[in-house]
Design a protein around this ligand. Structure first.
Ligand SMILES: O=C(O)/C=C/C(=O)CC(=O)C(=O)O
Ligand SMILES: [Mg+2]
Length: 223
């Protein structure tokens, strides 16, 4: 077996840690208060999907939303990582979608239940190829965009994040150990919205990368 490389982090089976409500305008569009500390949730590695495969609408949702996000790929493990050395743990980045069954999430929120069904289903984390750290010299100056069927839905800068990339790495490592190959999704800017079967989602980071995914419907499970 050859040596594995973090440039194919999605094959490592490591955790996907997601940050929510990290942009004021997005928190506002969903009528949420601004967080005073990062809101965290997890996706399993089975959520990964790469270009060439389809995003599947879960059979129990009729309101699947796109959320374009900057992903941070960990290159070095750590616990209780100080803010001053947080960026030393970054191997690179990825463009990511945090696909969200919004109708299911709203029901979970109303009942005070976790967001697992809404956020952690198979194909809920489409990712681009690995982006080496040098290609994004400052993660606070990244221009994200997303189009559905050619129409722009999201455009936002990571300059508007409430909690910065180094702060998130330091904060998360105080909650759970970070490992090489982990991915942190840093939250979405405003403009989230629904996608349907046969839609085409295109997303990108200006001057760095773009990716395209088709949406399909997952057949319901018959007992
Ligand atoms: O609280 C809500 O209504 C929704 C929150 C999210 O889905 C959070 C995110 O995933 C995000 O802000 O990126
Ligand atoms: Mg999100």
């Amino acid at each position: 077996m050859g040596t594995r490389s973090v440039t194919r982090f999605w094959e490592w089976g490591r955790k996907i840690i997601c940050v929510g409500r990290n942009y004021a305008e997005h928190a506002k569009e969903l009528k949420n208060e601004l967080p005073t500390e990062p809101v965290l949730f997890l996706k399993p590695p089975t959520a990964y999907v790469k270009e060439g495969s389809e995003i599947l609408v879960p059979h129990y949702s009729s309101d699947l939303h796109h959320e374009v996000e900057l992903g941070v790929v960990l290159g070095k493990a750590g616990r209780e990582i100080p803010l001053s050395s947080a960026m030393e743990h970054v191997a690179g980045y990825a463009l990511c979608l945090d696909m969200t069954a919004r109708d299911v999430q709203d029901k979970c929120k109303a009942k005070g239940l976790p967001w697992t069904l809404a956020k952690a289903f198979d194909t809920s984390c489409p990712v681009s190829d690995f982006i080496p750290k040098e290609r994004i010299p400052d993660p606070a100056r990244v221009e994200l965009w997303l189009k559905v069927n050619g129409v722009t839905r999201q455009r936002g800068s990571t300059a508007h994040m409430i909690f910065s990339v180094p702060y998130l790495i330091s904060y998360i490592s105080g909650v759970m150990a970070l490992e090489e190959g982990d991915l942190i999704l840093t939250g979405t800017p405003k403009g989230v919205g629904a996608v349907h079967e046969h839609d085409e989602i295109q997303a990108g980071i200006d001057d760095v990368i773009s990716m395209t995914f088709k949406v399909s419907r997952r057949a319901s499970i018959t007992q």
